[in-house]
Design a protein around this ligand. Structure first.
Ligand code: ADP
Ligand code: MG
Length: 562
C-alpha cells in the first residue's frame, strides 16, 4: 500500500511518497517537482492542469483559473469558458493530475492520500479538501497541518530537540506554528496565521507602486496588461537581490517602464512585512511562551526566499532563521513522513505526532443578565488545545416546561455566536420540568483530521444523540458530491504524452503576445517550426525539437531584462 502525500498549495502543489525508508519526490509530466495549482480548458475543450495552464493565464484569461484554494469551503463558483466549477472541483483536478503523475512514475495505482492544509483552515475548508481528494479517486486518510508537516520534515532530519516556530509564507497564505520536539514526540503548542498574506501580495504591491509612480491606476489597464505586468514583476521579484532591473509594460496601449532595485523593493514590501509580526506574536503568546524562549525559527514556503522576509522574521525573534530544507518541499516531505507513519513503517516507529485544534469550538447558550436573556458563545474546546481531544460541558433548560434543547455548534473566537462560523445543530428532547431542572451534557470530540463529533446526553433520561458535523453550509451533500463526480468524469483530459508540447506552445504564444517587432517575428518563426515538427509525428525528431524550442524560448524570457 502506497499513500500519496500531497501539498495542495495556493500557488504550487507537490507530491511525494514514503518508500524504502525515505521520501521520494514525484516529478510531473514535465519532469518538474512543483506543479502550479492552475486549471484551464484548451481550445479543444480538454482540461489542462499545471504549467501548461499557467502559461495560458495571460493569453486565455477566461479559460484559466488560479488561486482557487482561497475559495475552499465556500460555495462560490468560478467559470472557465462556459462551465462553472467550485473550488473543490478545481482542487480535485489538480489532485487528479498529481495522482496520475505518481501512478506513472511509480508504475502502480494509488488510492489513498495524506493532504496538507493551512493550520488556519476551519472545518468547512478541511471537509472541502477531503472531498477534493475523494473526487479525484483518493481516500483521504489524514489531513495534516502544513506547518506541522514542515516541522516533521525538519525535526526528523535534524534530530534536534527544543521549541520551534515554523513561519510559512507561500503564495497566498501565512502560517505560524509553535511546536516542541522532545524525546521523539512532536507537540504542536499553538498556531496562528493570515489567510490573505503571501508572495503574490508582494507582486501586487510592486505593480501598484510602479503604476503610482507614473500617476496611473489599475483601472486604466486591460486585464491582459495587468496580467503581463504582474508576470514581469513576479520575475523581477525573484531577481530582486541582483542588479537594478528595468521593467517595461503597457498601460492602455502606451509604453512605460520602471526601474526596480532592492531598495525600492524593500520600501514597497514594508507594509506587508509588518503584517508578519501579529500572527507570530499571537501564536507565541497562545503557546504561553515569550519570543526569547524559542530555540529555532524555521522558514517554509517560496516567499521566504526573499531576503527581506528572512530579515523581517529574524528581527522579530532577534535570531537568524533556519532554512536548511528547501522551502518549496518541506511540507510535502513532512507529508510523506506522515504517510510513512500511516504505512506503519518501522523506521518511524518512535515518532509520535500531536496537533492542535486551530479555532475554539463551542455552542450557543443563553445567559440571563438582569432578567433579560442574551445569547452567548460558550466554548467547549478552546483554540490551540492539543488534539485528539474530548471535552464535555453541561447546559440547563431556561424555561418551564421546555421539551427540547437545540444545540447549535459554532467555531470561532467571538463572544456572539452569530459572529462565528456556524457548523450545524442537534436537537434533543428533555422531559417537561421547571426551568434549570433538566440538563444535557454536550461532548465534543475533535480528531487529528479536524473533524468534530458531537454527543449529547440528556442527564435525567440518559438518552443520547450524536452528530458528526457534515451539513455545514458549504460542505457537499452526497447528492452534490455524486453530481460533481459525474460532471468531472465527463471532462476530457489532455493526453499525458503531449503535455510538454502543449506547455511549450503555450509559453511560445505568451511570449509572442508580449513581444514586439523583430522579437515577435522571431518567436513566430520558432512556433511555426515547432508546430511543423509536431505535425510530422516523429518521436525522435519531436524530442530533439523540444529541447531546441525550449532553449530558444528561454532566451526570449531572459531578454526582457536588459
Ligand atoms: P503555496 O504554498 O501558497 O502554493 P509556495 O510555497 O509554492 O506557495 O510559494 C509560492 C510563492 O513563492 C510565490 O508567490 C512565488 O512568487 C514565491 N517565490 C518562489 N520562488 C521565489 C524566489 N526565488 N524569490 C522570491 N519569491 C519566490
Ligand atoms: Mg504552501
Amino acid at each position: 500500500m502506497t499513500i500519496l502525500a500531497i501539498d495542495l498549495g495556493t500557488t504550487n502543489s507537490a507530491c511525494a511518497v514514503w518508500r524504502d525508508n525515505d521520501v521520494v519526490f514525484i516529478p510531473n509530466k514535465l519532469g518538474e517537482f512543483l506543479t502550479p495549482s492552475v486549471v484551464g480548458i484548451d481550445d479543444k475543450g480538454e482540461i489542462l492542469v499545471g504549467q501548461g495552464a499557467k502559461e495560458r493565464l495571460i493569453t486565455h484569461p477566461n479559460m484559466t483559473v488560479a488561486v482557487f484554494k482561497r475559495l475552499m469551503g465556500t460555495s462560490h463558483k468560478v467559470a472557465i469558458h462556459k462551465t462553472s466549477f467550485t473550488a473543490v472541483e478545481l482542487s480535485s483536478l489538480v489532485i487528479k493530475s498529481l495522482k496520475e503523475d505518481a501512478e506513472a512514475f511509480l508504475n502502480s495505482t494509488i488510492d489513498e492520500a495524506v493532504i496538507s492544509v493551512p493550520a488556519y483552515f476551519n472545518d468547512n475548508q478541511r471537509y472541502a479538501t477531503k472531498k477534493a481528494g475523494e473526487l479525484a479517486g483518493l481516500r483521504v486518510g489524514r489531513l495534516i497541518n502544513e506547518p506541522t508537516a514542515a516541522a516533521m520534515a525538519y525535526g526528523l532530519h535534524e534530530k534536534k530537540e527544543g521549541i520551534f516556530v515554523i513561519v510559512d509564507l507561500g503564495g497566498g497564505t501565512l502560517d505560524v506554528t509553535v511546536l516542541e520536539f522532545f524525546e521523539g514526540v512532536m507537540q504542536v503548542h499553538a498556531s496562528a496565521g493570515d489567510n490573505y498574506l503571501g508572495g503574490e501580495d508582494f507582486v501586487e504591491a510592486m505593480v501598484d507602486a510602479a503604476l503610482k509612480a507614473h500617476g496611473l491606476k489599475r483601472a486604466d489597464m486591460t486585464p491582459e496588461e495587468t496580467h503581463q505586468l504582474s508576470m514581469k514583476m513576479e520575475t523581477a521579484k525573484r531577481r530582486i537581490s541582483g542588479p537594478e532591473q528595468l521593467v517595461s509594460y503597457t498601460v492602455a496601449g502606451t509604453s512605460y517602464s520602471s526601474k526596480i532595485d532592492t531598495e525600492w523593493f524593500n520600501r514597497t514590501a514594508t507594509p506587508l512585512l509588518i503584517r508578519i509580526q501579529k500572527p507570530v506574536e499571537s501564536a507565541v503568546r497562545d503557546a504561553g511562551l515569550s519570543l526569547t524562549e524559542i530555540d529555532e525559527v524555521v522558514l517554509v514556503g517560496g516567499a521566504t526566499r526573499l531576503s527581506v522576509v528572512r530579515s523581517a522574521v529574524g528581527r522579530i525573534f532577534k535570531k537568524l532563521p533556519a532554512c536548511t530544507i528547501d522551502p518549496d518541499f518541506a511540507i510535502v516531505k513532512g507529508g510523506a513522513v506522515q504517510a510513512g507513519l500511516v504505512q506503519k513503517s518501522a523506521a518511524l516507529d518512535d515518532l509520535v505526532l500531536t496537533d492542535v485544534c486551530p479555532f475554539t469550538l463551542g455552542v450557543d447558550a443563553v445567559d440571563e443578565v438582569n432578567g433579560q436573556f442574551v445569547e452567548v458563545f460558550s466554548p467547549i474546546i478552546e483554540r490551540n488545545t492539543t488534539v485528539p481531544v474530548s471535552r464535555v460541558s453541561r447546559y440547563y433548560t431556561v424555561q418551564d416546561n421546555q421539551t427540547e434543547i437545540v444545540t447549535r455548534v459554532f467555531q470561532g473566537e467571538h463572544r456572539k455566536p452569530s459572529k462565528n462560523v456556524y457548523l450545524g445543530s442537534l436537537r434533543s428532547s428533555v422531559p417537561r420540568n421547571k426551568a434549570h431542572q433538566e440538563a444535557i451534557d454536550v461532548r465534543f470530540s475533535y480528531d487529528m483530521n479536524g473533524i468534530l463529533d458531537v454527543d449529547v446526553t440528556v442527564v435525567s433520561t440518559g438518552r443520547t444523540y450524536n452528530k458528526v458535523i457534515k451539513n455545514s453550509p458549504a460542505s457537499l451533500s452526497d447528492d452534490e458530491f455524486n453530481k460533481s463526480l459525474e460532471r468531472l468524469q465527463k471532462l476530457k483530459f489532455h493526453p499525458r504524452e503531449s503535455e510538454r508540447n502543449r506547455a511549450l506552445m503555450a509559453r511560445g504564444e505568451r511570449l509572442f503576445e508580449t513581444a514586439l517587432g523583430e522579437e515577435r517575428s522571431a518567436i513566430a518563426a520558432l512556433i511555426s517550426g515547432f508546430e511543423a515538427v509536431l505535425n510530422r509525428q516523429n518521436a525522435m525528431e519531436i524530442s530533439k525539437a523540444q529541447e531546441e524550442f525550449e532553449q530558444a524560448l528561454e532566451q526570449f524570457d531572459l531578454e526582457e531584462w536588459h
